[in-house]
Design a protein around this ligand. Structure first.
Ligand code: FES
Length: 103
């Protein structure tokens, strides 16, 4: 699916990310700036924080909601952990913005 990442500097990067990957994995694979993903996708670090600008994402589960309390940048209603967003046809056209800091 096509995913657009807006990097902390405002640069837009449009990638085609394979279905079944997470939005975080797509970013790390292509060296998108601003996503750290220290825990490697285990939903236990909160350094893969993004803001969903547009796209049909599912609601976060309990574990993700808990980790979202620990994000470094301001938590907003559209805050998500990108390792918990699984890429698939429904996410085609998703736009996420990466906050200035993950620590
Ligand atoms: Fe650690 Fe997402 S990569 S919570």
């Amino acid at each position: 699916a096509k995913i657009t990442y807006i990097e902390p500097g405002g640069q837009r990067q449009e990638l085609v990310v394979p279905d079944g990957w997470s939005v975080m994995e797509g970013a790390i694979d292509k060296g998108i700036e601003g996503i750290v993903a220290q825990c490697g996708g285990g939903c236990s670090c909160a350094t893969c924080h993004v803001y969903v600008v547009s796209g049909a994402v599912d609601e976060p589960d309990e574990a993700e909601l808990e980790m979202l309390e620990l994000v470094a940048a301001e938590r907003k209603p559209n805050s998500r952990l990108s390792c918990q967003l699984e890429v698939g046809p429904r996410l085609d056209g998703l736009v996420v913005q990466i906050p200035d800091t993950q620590y």
